[in-house]
Design a protein around this ligand. Sequence first.
Ligand SMILES: [Zn+2]
Length: 423
Amino acid sequence: MAEEIKLPPLPNQVVEAFNQIKTFEPVIKAIAAAKDEQERTLKDQVEITEIEAAPFHEETRAKDFARRLQDLGLTNVRIDQEGNVIGIRPGVGNGPRLVLAAHLDTVFPMGTDVKVRREGNKFFAPGISDDARGLAVILEVLRAIQENNIETVGDLLFIGSVGEEGNGDLRGTKYLFKTNEEHVDGFVSVDGANVNRILHGSTGSRRFRVTFEGPGGHSWSAFGTASAIHALGRAIAKISDLQVPEEPKTTFTVGTIVGGTTVNSIAASATMEIDTRSVNNEELNKLVDRVLPLLQEAADEENARWKAEGDMQIKVKIVPIGERPAGDQKDDSPVLLAARGAMDALGIELKKYTCASTDQNVPISLGIPATTLGGGGTEGFNHNVKEWFDATDAFLGPQLALMTALSLVGIKGRSEPLLPKRN
Ligand SMILES: [Zn+2]
């Protein structure tokens, strides 16, 4: 089902900027090279994929990525305390600062076979697309700018971030914006393959691990003892009945349950993991404020049912295991206009204009213009060892990232930056 995308036309200033950029000789050459020499992007992608980068174990891939940035001529590459790789390509001065980011981590544990198998245009390996493609694409953008000596007005910050996936909980970008070691005016992440998609907003999430604990006992001889599993069941029944708004979209689920020991025991312990999400932080927090009290309520009801007192009572332990801020932007956010302008200039059709959860969540929640672009090609079985990447027309990814970035930071003597400087 194709959704209809209704957006106001691009302002003249944006159209004019792209007219200047796409007719500029060095850019024409850079765009052509991204296509004619796409094998070098694919080579980077394969080599990066074959360096394991399990959650919280990105160091080896980070060092390799830092070296690649240096090989392309950046002299100030560093790895920050959290593990992010940061390389800056300075502009001519006094311009905005744009981050081009891709994430270093994969979802696969250490020991996973990450050897890439190639069949024609198709590549197979865990992490080949998510996000080795993004890393290779931002390297190609840097290479194109360097080889063609394109002088930008603003600075470009090339970042390989850590901890984007799952329990990494965006720790890399959170660190970047919390410490403010680098001033940032705008943020573009390259993640996934689809070049026909622009993300304007971020789904936020808050996740909890909840454990009910009690004395447990024999199902026959200790009958009358409060049960951890029964308390958990009461909690799930209450959560299941919650009503949430369709707009802004807000959701919940109990994703996992574990508990008990044998069929003939009153359970001493039961644990569940709850995922709550929304595109709106206020709704997300409201939902969490309704969910959390239900957990104690469920334990109280189970205790009351069996008149349990003191040590015989079920107790609840709640541990937050994830928090990703939600946020959205107006259609006139400069990064969104730039991405659309670049797509128009390259003849790429916008088919999806939507929200998701990526490194962009952090800047968007802080009011910093940000989006996520696809790296080109097609992909399948992400987050699964059967992951594949098809490189047909994949050069559109680096071309899109390059044009978007150049329009935002501006080209000396050619186009003004579309990205404003923040105070
Ligand atoms: Zn990703």
